[in-house]
Design a protein around this ligand. Structure first.
Ligand code: FUB
Length: 319
């Protein structure tokens, strides 16, 4: 009885601590948080919004030139480990497009693999020609011996991948998968080296047909694969999920994890992680930039499951 009481009190303290600290990073704009437990800490690999000069990137749009990584042992105090990858380090990226969008990272056998999208050199050809079916983004990888880096950027983007918002997942049997979005969601097995696809990508079906979907993030719990993603049906993105018995599907739509922003932040972008017996949803909102929703801030709130393994809706702790 005492043990259970201690457990409940501890969880309550952790949850309350979490409620009190949003947004997580207060000295810069951050978005698209990918949270990973590494050792006894949580690492967050977000993207980095900046205020663009009028000559940089697309005016009044996302302006993103590099990535920082942050870590915390208590979800309250965050250490900024500095820039790990910048658009100027990536040989194939168009460093005038400021398009280092949502990344992801994972540990495998003591190495750390960081995946990021960017517009590539020559992307204008696709953008200016409606007859070419393709994306103006590709996805690159950088590899390090420590989560904080230094990261070595692969010379070329991943062959066979066109799109944004990479998400990497390693199943219980050690098989790696890469997911990304390009109108639809795509997924493919990764080779052991984690930097090449094994076989052809598969289109993942059975998600809502209408509206934009992006930002896939998959996790496994009790043998169920959860695919979570932001989806715009009306004006702003809400976070939804679908489940499957295999990482590559088929997926069945299950419901909404977080409703649309009440104050009109157009994007949201999630990751879900278990840390110290508690599940957390990491996401973003434009807390520090109410008038310009391309300058966002990352947040986290506790997440709970029903006995049937469904995800209970998370209410953001706005203040
Ligand atoms: O941060 C830029 C883009 O906005 C991301 O890639 C999308 O997921 C959305 O959050």
């Amino acid at each position: 009885g005492r043990k259970i009481l201690c457990f409940i009190v501890l969880n309550l303290i952790i949850s309350l601590a979490c409620l009190g600290q949003n947004p997580l990073i207060r000295d810069q704009f951050t978005a698209d948080p990918s949270a990973r437990v590494i050792g006894d800490k949580i690492y967050v690999f977000p993207s980095h919004d900046i205020k663009c000069e009028s000559t940089q990137g697309r005016p009044n749009w996302f302006c993103m030139e590099d990535y920082h990584v942050f870590s915390s042992a208590n979800l309250t105090d965050w250490e900024d480990h500095g820039v790990i990858v910048s658009q100027y380090d990536v040989p194939w990226a168009d460093s005038e497009s400021f398009s280092m969008w949502a990344p992801d990272a994972i540990e495998k056998e003591g190495k750390f693999y960081f995946y990021f999208p960017s517009k590539y050199k020559g992307h204008q050809e696709v953008e200016n020609n409606p007859n070419i079916n393709g994306s103006s983004f590709k996805i690159g990888v950088a590899v390090a011996d420590n989560p904080e880096g230094p990261y070595n950027v692969e010379e070329r983007p991943i062959a066979g991948v066109d799109g944004i918002d990479p998400n990497v997942f390693i199943d219980k049997d050690g098989q790696g998968y890469l997911f990304w979005s390009q109108h639809d969601f795509f997924g493919a097995k990764l080779k052991d080296n984690m930097i090449e696809l094994e076989g052809e990508p598969k289109t993942l079906k059975s998600f809502p047909a209408e509206g934009l979907k992006e930002g896939p993030f998959i996790f496994e719990r009790n043998g169920v694969y959860y695919m979570t993603y932001p989806h715009v049906e009306n004006k702003t993105e809400r976070i939804e999920y679908a489940t499957a018995e295999h990482p590559l599907g088929p997926y069945t739509y299950k419901g909404v994890i977080m409703d649309e922003s009440p104050t009109g932040c157009w994007t949201n972008h999630q990751s879900i992680v278990e840390y110290g017996d508690q599940w957390y949803l990491f996401y973003h909102h434009n807390d520090y930039s109410p008038d310009f929703d391309k300058n966002r801030s990352i947040r986290a709130d506790s997440l709970f499951f029903t006995d049937d393994g469904l995800i209970k809706k998370v209410k953001p702790t706005y203040r």
